[in-house]
Write a protein that binds this ligand. Structure first.
Ligand SMILES: C[S@@+](CC[C@H](N)C(=O)[O-])C[C@H]1O[C@@H](n2cnc3c(N)ncnc32)[C@H](O)[C@@H]1O
Ligand SMILES: [Zn+2]
Length: 294
């Protein structure tokens, strides 16, 4: 984590600013340290990652457990092997669309929400130089720790701050970031999508963009029926239409964005998919970015 983000940080318990009271740096990066709040809470920086002590997701993306059985590298290989080819190609195009936006607009400070295994982070770090500061957040401390180690190999110059925290209660003050990104991150938060969108809007500067990469499917489809079986109709009720084009736009507007436009990166028919429920085999889907402006 880099010192520049400290003025942006607030305590997730009481919303007060935080003071750095202890730090060990490697070059400019704080690799170990402590931040203190007025409420006496101490937040630790360990292995370069600021830890707000949040739990990993309940039923999916439990990285600590998954990596007991296989390494992160093996997990990445498995995901790559089982993701259908057409889905990989369209996802790749949606990442390129994000990179084009960054090259054109040159934001100085960017937040990536739900960085996970960092498909987006990896490309940002490989393809862009060092002139911007990226803040990566995720519920999982272990996934961010592994991401940090990985990107140091690709591009040791780029400034990336890693913060383990909850996207529905971001530990940042309002109007901090020039750009917000999320690649299938918020889109996967199920009943928490709306809360996470509102928080993203809050921390973004006015007139700035959130590029939210999302999958779109048809409402009346077998994929939707299956989703309901898995997550339960009660949970699905709160976010079920999120995956439909017109509704995804409304979600962003209700969350506080002034404008929201879906730009399709590609569309296809779902192939056999052993990893995810959607895209569903034999059914139409599209992947693209919602360009939401605060
Ligand atoms: C499918 S991954 C996102 C893919 C990733 N953006 C990429 O570029 O590869 C989903 C991630 O969302 C994270 N996540 C889920 N709910 C979250 C929340 N409330 N706050 C922060 N991260 C969350 C999970 O821990 C997981 O790492
Ligand atoms: Zn506090």
């Amino acid at each position: 984590m880099y010192e520049e983000i400290i003025p942006f940080l607030k305590c997730p318990y009481c919303n007060n600013p935080l003071d750095l009271i202890d730090s060990e740096k490697k070059k400019e990066e704080i690799v170990n340290g402590k931040l203190k709040c007025n409420c006496e809470e101490l937040w630790e920086i360990r292995d370069g990652v600021l830890d707000f002590r949040v739990e990993e997701q309940e039923s999916v993306n439990r990285w600590s457990e998954l990596t007991k059985e296989m390494s992160f590298e093996e997990l990445d290989e498995m995901i790559l092997k089982y993701t259908p080819q057409n889905q990989k190609e369209i996802s790749r195009k949606s990442i390129e669309d994000i990179l084009d936006y960054l090259k054109l607009n040159k934001p100085k400070i960017v937040i990536d929400i739900a960085t996970g295994r960092g498909s987006l982070l990896n490309e940002l770090v490989k393809q862009l130089k060092s002139e911007f500061h990226l803040v990566c957040i995720d519920l999982s401390f272990v996934v961010l720790k592994a991401d940090r180690e990985k990107i140091k190999k690709f591009n040791p110059k780029i400034k990336v701050s890693f913060v383990s925290c909850d996207a529905t209660n971001l530990p940042f003050f309002e109007n901090c970031f020039d750009l917000a990104l999320s690649l299938m991150g918020i889109a996967n938060m199920r009943d928490l999508i709306f809360k996470a969108l509102k928080e993203t809007c809050r921390v973004l500067k006015p007139n700035h963009h959130f590029l939210n990469s999302t999958l779109i499917v048809e409402l009346n489809s077998k994929g939707y029926e299956k989703l309901e079986e898995v997550v339960g109709s009660q949970v699905l009720k709160t976010y079920n239409k999120y995956l439909v084009r017109t509704e995804v736009i409304n979600f962003h507007k209700k969350a506080g964005f002034r404008e929201a436009v879906f730009k399709m990166s590609g569309e296809s028919i779902g192939q056999k998919n052993e990893l995810d429920l959607l895209p569903f085999e034999g059914e139409w889907f599209a992947i693209g970015n919602i360009y939401a402006k605060k």
